[in-house]
Design a protein around this ligand. Sequence first.
Ligand code: ZN
Ligand code: ZN
Length: 160
Amino acid sequence: MSGELDLSDLREIASAATDGPWTHQPYGGQNQNGDFSGGSLFGGDGEYLVSEVADEDGAHIAAFDPPTALALIDRLEAAEAAVARVEALHRKSPLYDVLAGDCEHGDDCEGVEAEGEVLCPEHIAGYTCVECAELASDSADGLPEYPCATRRALESPTDG
Ligand SMILES: [Zn+2]
Ligand SMILES: [Zn+2]
């Protein structure tokens, strides 16, 4: 498998497959005819799904049966939604440093209001995090830089 996982495709496939829990019966040694009885997979209804499957593969397939796959997809989607909510909260905001009109646009400048002033939107000195800036507004340390500590933790877990 390569590229992006398509979770809705995977959900559709898992939903259409035989319901779980799938069970794996490993290789059972030789049967009464002297043949090796192969490993087998059974669906939640007890019907044969696959026979003659290698033990490691059978154990893997049974462990990742459709209900398990659906639970993993649910957990991944919930985790991604949580990250998206944090990213939306800790969003990037530009810091303007030239008053509208003091720029090359003169009186035609489309000023933006920020910090009680009207500033030129094309002169950006840097960025800050809106959420962290609000939390820090009572401190004398100035505005936090962007990305803030929260965004850095999301983007690079080792760089905390
Ligand atoms: Zn301007
Ligand atoms: Zn932040």
